[in-house]
Design a protein around this ligand. Structure first.
Ligand SMILES: Nc1ncnc2c1ncn2[C@@H]1O[C@H](COP(=O)(O)OP(=O)(O)O)[C@@H](O)[C@H]1O
Ligand SMILES: [Mg+2]
Length: 484
């Protein structure tokens, strides 16, 4: 169940996600907050700049037009007297004065009624470069003319003395307006940039305040996943702080549960160890009693029967019959004693005990068992507990081969190294689905093998496939205290 859940979670998290939204959402929080700040500033800046420019442009151009209209009216009155009396000097003076006092003026011209220039005054700052030709159009609204540079000229022609004195033409330029708008835009953009830098700095500070506690929480969660219990730091009493506190409470509960499970596991292993030891001791006692007491008593009985006088053929026949019975019983007692606990295991070690066991086995079984015992030069005889465990595991594995495998042959190999013992039992039988056996365990043989190995800190692996035989491998470390 746990494994299924874990696999489902892994599958879900490893499923590749695509799409722009997912890519955008996957960038770090700091970039998200700073990005939002930059986008808001850009939208706000552009919209405000657009609005301000629009309304300022409108009012500047209206003012320029008003200036042109009122100047034209005023100047046509001012120049009518000098023109009427032919006072050219006064006329020029008036024009110069006008041009100097109204800076937007591009050019002021006086034309005679035929359209020839009488006087001309040009703002030296603006220049004479593209002066439009005179037309005596007397529109109410000024004419507009765009120069190739983009500059806009507004032209107003006003008759002097109802046209009898000629015409006054005033041309104003929007050059000042444009430079003013440019200056304003630059100032605005500079201010916006300053706000953006300050805003992004604050956003960075804020994200650090948010991300740092989350990072610490993540580190604590990762440690927990690796089995190390580490408290998460609580930085503030905000949502993240509450999360950290909940995490710490969860860690405490987990720690308690883990300790409880460990304690129970230790108790369980200790109990199994005690049971197994008691069982071995009991078997050893019964085996030696059977061998030494019952076996010896039966042998003595045999000797006694042999020494009985045998005059009559009837008694001789009965004696032969008794002897046969007794010999079979002695053999049975020996076999029983051996199967309970072979004395050779205690006296001569694992190799001799297993050799004997397998020789006896091969006398009756259809499966041919081969046994190999390899001991490296640097190794010593394993401790008694390890030898007993390996002997019993071999017995259970052999029983499984006999009962389930229908194998023609099986290899049993024991390897004793300096730091570990390895047992491999491999058969060429029908095999089984290891997963199915894990789900609904039909017997306790394999469980017993695992339990026995784990008491000594060992590991067990069963490799089997239907139709391809079974391999059982057990590894038991040497030179370590048992895990109880
Ligand atoms: N060597 C083997 N060949 C085929 N099947 C096996 C072998 N060892 C174990 N099994 C299968 O694994 C199951 C569990 O084995 P085990 O735990 O020893 O229980 P039991 O032997 O009491 O059925 C067996 O019932 C059998 O189906
Ligand atoms: Mg079994």
């Amino acid at each position: 169940m746990g494994d299924t859940l874990k696999t489902a979670v892994e599958n879900r998290s490893s499923r590749p996600k695509t799409g722009l939204l997912h890519t955008l959402l996957s960038v770090p929080i700091s970039m998200k907050i700073m990005g939002i700040g930059a986008v808001v500033a850009a939208i706000f800046g552009t919209a405000t700049l657009y609005q301000v420019q629009r309304s300022l442009t409108r009012s500047y151009y209206l003012r320029l037009e008003e200036t042109l209209n009122s100047s034209s009216m005023m100047m046509s009155g001012l120049v009518s007297r000098p023109i009427a009396v032919g006072d050219i000097i006064q006329l020029r003076k008036t024009l110069r004065f006008f041009r100097a006092s109204v800076p937007d003026v591009f050019c002021v011209d006086i034309f005679d009624p035929k359209g020839d220039v009488v006087s001309r005054s040009i703002n030296p700052k603006i220049g004479l470069d593209r002066l439009p030709p005179f037309t005596s159009s007397l529109d109410e609204r000024p004419q507009a003319l765009f120069l190739p540079s983009g500059e806009l000229l507004l032209i107003k022609i006003t008759p002097i003395l109802q046209g009898a004195g000629g015409y006054l033409r005033i041309i104003v330029s929007d050059r000042r307006i444009r430079s003013e708008l440019r200056r304003l835009t630059l100032n605005f953009l500079f201010t916006l940039l300053l706000c953006l830098v300050a805003g992004e700095g604050l956003a960075l500070l804020l994200t650090h305040q948010i991300v740092h506690p989350i990072d610490r929480l993540k580190t604590a969660a990762e440690s927990l996943r690796e089995g190390k219990v580490e408290k998460a730091e609580v930085f503030a009493a905000d949502e993240i702080g509450t999360l950290a506190e909940t995490f710490n409470a969860m860690t405490e509960t987990l720690e308690k549960r883990r300790d409880e499970i460990l304690r129970k596991e230790r108790d369980r292993v200790r109990l199994i160890d005690a049971l197994v030891s008691a069982q071995e001791e009991e078997r050893r006692r019964i085996a030696s009693e059977l061998h030494d007491e019952v076996g010896a008593a039966l042998s003595a009985l045999l000797l006694m029967i042999e020494s009985l006088p045998s005059e009559s053929p009837e008694i001789r026949e009965r004696r032969t019959e008794f002897r046969k019975h007794l010999e079979r019983s002695i053999e049975n007692v020996r076999r029983l004693s051996f199967s309970l606990r072979p004395a050779v295991l205690d006296d001569f070690g694992l190799e001799s005990a297993l050799k004997r066991y397998i020789t006896l086995l091969n006398q009756h079984s259809k499966t041919k068992f081969n046994f190999r015992f390899i001991q490296s030069a640097s190794s010593k005889r394993p401790p008694e507990a390890v030898e007993t465990t390996l002997y019993r595991i071999t017995q259970e594995a052999v029983n499984n081969v006999l009962r389930h495998a229908e194998a023609s042959s099986a290899e049993i190999m024991i390897l004793i190294r300096k730091d570990e013992c390895v047992l491999v039992v491999e058969d060429d039988g029908k095999g089984f689905s290891a997963r199915k056996t894990n789900e609904v365990s039909s017997g306790i043989g394999l469980i017993g093998i695992r339990e026995r190995a784990e008491i000594l800190g060992g590991t067990v692996s069963v490799d089997s496939e239907v139709g391809r035989g079974t391999t059982l491998q057990v590894k038991i470390p040497l030179g370590r205290e048992p895990e109880i």
